[in-house]
Design a protein around this ligand. Structure first.
Ligand SMILES: Cc1cc2nc3c(=O)[nH]c(=O)nc-3n(C[C@H](O)[C@H](O)[C@H](O)COP(=O)(O)OP(=O)(O)OC[C@H]3O[C@@H](n4cnc5c(N)ncnc54)[C@H](O)[C@@H]3O)c2cc1C
Length: 317
């Protein structure tokens, strides 16, 4: 079966959920080989990768790979593309993943697809383009298909693979050492899931009314085990930190469920959330454009609707 490389996203030795999703996609199309870049591959991480289908785990454990910004990972993958001749390479469509994909495409003289939200036979990707306004199917026509897939595009499904580890030595070029990482500061991790990875996102907009009122949005998010998002109107007003902004100039999310409360549904906001599987809108204006997009809509004051919803969710726990 054709080998498909999957670049592993890992933090503190833990495999991130998006990697399990990519392995699941790869398994449906061939034989997944996980590529671990940098130190820290443990038996537990190998077992996790194997549990979700990795037949092979390439372990490029050199510290150097993570000492420089992005480029070494592209060189590592280029080396593996040359030695293993895989049928495709999958990376997560994160900011870093997309840069790696682009660099790898140049190095291997291959086509690249970013922001895929699905991948089928023949590596035909579903893509959401023009700010989410158009859905297309695309296929790489040259070289090795390199596809950056958005988190939450598929549900991870356990399907045992062999998980045999193969050590990989990488000879980094001078060019790959051009930008060195000089410090790493750990972001305080809250109890909520990471916004771009969360299966459920509850977002608030100008309709929330104030920073204090965001506790209503947080309450529902916590009841659902969701991440909190915000429109640009809310972040620009200083009601919620900018890192939680969803949209064209913020984060792109593709969760199973997206709840938009007090958000009108401007095109720039839609660009960051309209590939969500199910969209629920709560807005007091029945004419709000968000209702054109929503699978379920509630016309009402969010300050009444959201607390009731939170209470109902909590009752069912
Ligand atoms: C270049 C550019 C990039 C941009 N990038 C982004 C981006 O990344 N993300 C983004 O979000 N925006 C972005 N914007 C801004 C975007 O155009 C909108 O201005 C913004 O999304 C509006 O946010 P909003 O829906 O919260 O506010 P509004 O459009 O003001 O909508 C507020 C909504 O809340 C409803 N409401 C009010 N009170 C209540 C209540 N009590 N209960 C229920 N509903 C209520 C109203 O009916 C209204 O529909 C960008 C704009 C530009 C020009």
């Amino acid at each position: 079966m054709s080998e498909i490389l999957v670049l592993v996203e890992h933090v503190d030795g833990e495999v991130k959920k998006v990697t399990l999703e990519l392995l699941t996609l790869a398994k449906s199309l061939g034989s997944p080989s996980a590529v671990w870049a940098g130190p820290g591959l443990s038996d537990a991480a190998t077992a996790k990768l194997a549990e979700y289908g990795a037949d092979k785990v390439y372990n490029a454990s050199a510290q150097e790979i993570v000492d420089y910004v992005v480029a070494p990972k592209a060189e590592l993958l280029a080396q593996l593309v040359s030695s293993a001749a895989p049928a495709a390479v999958l990376v997560a469509a994160t900011a870093e993943g997309k840069e790696i994909a682009g660099r790898l495409a140049v190095k291997t003289d291959s086509g690249v697809i970013t922001d895929a939200v699905g991948l089928g036979d023949g590596f035909v990707a579903d893509q959401s383009i023009f700010g989410g306004g158009v859905n297309v199917k695309s296929k790489v026509a040259k070289g090795t298909p390199i596809v950056a897939v958005r988190p939450n595009s598929t549900a991870p499904v356990a399907a045992a693979g062999t998980g045999s580890v193969e050590e990989v030595a990488v000879a980094l070029s001078e060019a790959a050492r051009a930008a060195k990482v000089v410090d790493r500061v750990k972001q305080e991790k809250g109890a909520r899931p990471e916004l771009t990875e969360a299966a459920i996102v509850v977002s608030g907009g100008r309709g929330v009314g104030s920073a204090e009122n965001f506790s209503v949005i947080e309450g529902l998010a916590d009841a659902l085990g969701a991440a909190v998002g915000a429109s640009r109107a809310a972040t620009d007003a200083g009601w919620y930190p900018h890192q939680f902004q969803v949209g064209q100039t913020g984060k792109t999310v593709s969760p199973q469920l997206y709840v938009a409360a007090g958000i009108s549904g401007a095109i720039q906001h839609r660009a960051g959330m309209q590939t969500a599987k199910t969209i629920v809108a709560i807005n007091k204006d029945p004419e709000a454009p968000i209702f054109e997009l929503a699978d379920y809509g509630v016309v009402g004051d969010l300050h009444q609707v959201v607390p009731q919803l939170t209470e109902e969710v909590n009752k069912r726990k």
